[in-house]
Ligand binder design. Structure first.
Ligand SMILES: N[C@@H](CCC(=O)N[C@@H](CS)C(=O)NCC(=O)O)C(=O)O
Length: 207
């Protein structure tokens, strides 16, 4: 088996990197310099025609989209390591629901806030009303997550899984730019702390 992981630090690749480290599978890393435009080079576009990180090549098959990679890695390696429910189980259904929710529903809201507030985007394309509406949705979604995490320590099943990796990575990044009083969401705050203190997360941050 061979896995090659294409990444840039502090990007959408981080959660895949964290998943790979948690799983402990052997893989080769290729670091791209996004500022230098490595993602637009023909050899990389042959792997990900979107010109974005992360990308993964597993036994010669290229993949893009970090969510797809985490689900694939979970299905293939996660159950044996206790980091992903068995395919076909009720917990697997729950894992899919929470991991897709984190990327599509919560992630969609996070990006709406980002596009409408960040100075990465031109002032004329930012809309304060959109940002405000998305901000309220974000807090409502944090409330949903908090309900889930009042009691259970992790999102699915009895222990930490790649569902926690995917969602904690996205939310951790979001909270560096969106100011929220997290004392209102103590279940989420304690879960984020539990997840990000893990050695695999610390190793990825240093990479
Ligand atoms: N939905 C994609 C997003 C990938 C993405 O937007 N990657 C950014 C870094 S966070 C990128 O490579 N940007 C480089 C560019 O657009 O030139 C995923 O989750 O894999």
């Amino acid at each position: 088996m061979s896995i090659t992981f294409y990444y840039a630090p502090n990007s959408s690749a981080t959660r895949v990197h964290w998943a790979l480290e948690e799983l402990g599978v052997a893989y080769d890393k290729v670091k791209l310099d996004l500022r230098a435009g490595d993602q637009h080079k023909p050899e990389f576009l042959a792997i990900n025609p979107n010109g974005k990180v992360p990308a993964l090549v597993v036994d010669g098959t290229p993949m893009f989209e970090s969510l797809a990679m985490i689900i694939y890695l979970g299905d293939r390696f996660g159950a044996d390591k206790g980091l992903w429910p068995r395919v076909g189980s009720g917990e697997h259904a729950e894992a899919l629901a929470w991991i897709v929710w984190g990327s599509v529903t919560l992630g969609g809201t996070i990006f709406r806030i980002f596009y409408n507030t960040s100075e990465w985007f031109p002032a004329e394309s930012r809309n304060a009303r959109q940002a405000e509406t998305a901000g309220k949705e974000f807090e409502a979604q944090l409330g949903v997550l908090d309900q889930r995490l009042r009691g259970p320590e992790y999102l699915v099943g009895d222990g930490f899984t790649l569902v926690d990796v995917a969602n904690a990575a996205a939310l951790g990044w979001a909270l560096t730019m969106i100011k929220v009083d997290m004392t209102r969401f103590p279940g989420v705050a304690a879960w984020l702390d539990r997840c990000t203190r893990r050695p695999a997360h610390q190793a990825v941050r240093a990479a």
